[in-house]
Structure formats: C-alpha cells, structure tokens
Design a protein around this ligand. Sequence first.
Ligand code: FPP
Length: 246
Amino acid sequence: MKNTAPAEKLPAPVHIGIIMDGNGRWAVNRGLVRTQGHLEGLKAAKRITKAASELGVKYITLYAFSTENWKRASEEVDFIMGLIKQYLRSEFDFSKRNHIRVRFTGNMEGLPVDIQKEITETIKQTAEFDGMQVVLAINYGGRDEIIRALKKFIQTAEKKHEDITENDIHRFLDNPDIPDPDLIIRSAGEYRTSNFLLWEGAYSEIYVSQKLWPDWEKSDLETAIENYQKRERRFGAETGNKASGF
Ligand code: FPP
C-alpha cells in the first residue's frame, strides 16, 4: 500500500559539497579579467564557509581545483594556486576562532611543493579543532580518487578480486571517516557533476543554482538547505520507504 502520510522534513544536511562555478562569467559580465572572478570567488568561499558553520553544517567540501583545470591558461592556473595559498594562510585565524578543522582531498603529489607544504601545515595546525570540517578539493578528480584508492587496495593484496566489496574501495578513499555528502550544490546553472565526489556522491541530492558563485550569500545557502529538506531520499528503495540503502 502506498504511504499517504505527509512527507516529513529531512534533517539538515550533515555534509554539503559545493561546485563553485561561474567565476569566469561573473568577471566577463563586468568587463573584468577572469582572475578577478576567482578573487571574488574566494571571498564567496569564505562567506559561505562562515555561513555553513553558523548554520550547523558539520562538513563542507569545496571544489577549488579539478584534475582537469590544469588545461587552463598558465596565468589563470598560477593565479588560482596563489589564491589557494592566500586562503590557507589568511583563514587560519578564522579557523582557530571557530574551531574549524581543515582537511584535504585530491592528488597531493601533483601540486606545487609550496602549496603541498601550506596544506600539510594547515591540516596539522587545525587537526584538534572540533567544529565544522572544511574539506578542500584541490587537484581533485573523482575518477583519480577511485584509481588512487584501487592502487592502495592492490598494494595490500589482501583479497582475491572476486571477493572485493564496496568497503574495500571506500576505506582507501581520501577521507573514509567523512560521511557521504547529503547535498551537492552547483552554482552558475550547469547540470553536471564534473568529476566531483563520484563515489561519495552516489546518493547525494543535487541542487543547481543559476546564481554565479561570486554572488553567493548566506541566504542562498539557506535556500539550498530548505530545498534539500523538502526532498525525499530513497537510496534506491521505492517511494515512501524511508529506509537507507546502506
Ligand atoms: C570555476 O569557475 C571556479 C574555479 C575553477 C576555481 C575556484 C577557485 C576559487 C573560488 C578560489 C580558491 C578557493 C578556495 C576555497 C581555496 P569558472 O572559472 O569555471 O567559471 P566559468 O564557468 O564562468 O568560466
């Protein structure tokens, strides 16, 4: 029999992933150079991190640089790397005040050595903070993460291939202790996941906003969360069945 009871509101999302898109368009629309859009995008990332922390979100993953973004002009790549470095340095005080722990996901070895050092240092300095966790996805690709996990699994050589389970892959992902994202937000109106959290996002709810990333405010995050809370998550089960698939 179909469940006819009014849908209950979902609890607030524990983990939100964000594809921060539209920095270039924001700049071009204003006759500015694309890098100016990234600068404003960084300001938006700070605003939304603060807002998420105030709203009680436990984990936020920010897609700052993908494994494919190296294809961009070298000036743009260098500028984004510089911004990431600046972000890591300048946000430490904010992290300390708000007990925010910084984490990393991505291919660390492919990053410039100075950025690797900044990331490692920030992770170390914030490791004991027990507030929200901000996961920076830098030189990140979902396919790359799965390949790296597989390589680590194969090195352990614990099992025959026919016995491999989901958990054998999951435990070698970059941050296996972090729950899968409940909600993935993409700004700037594109309906794509662009290689973001492919494994972890298997059952994430997707929210696409037309607003360009540099224009994002706390109210946009609140709207995204409210929209998410009206959804029904089924994890592959039939309509009306609240059971999780995991
Ligand atoms: C996508 O916009 C944005 C990026 C590839 C870079 C995002 C990076 C930042 C916001 C700065 C670093 C942030 C942190 C948190 C360390 P786009 O250039 O693809 O925009 P377009 O589609 O309009 O061209």
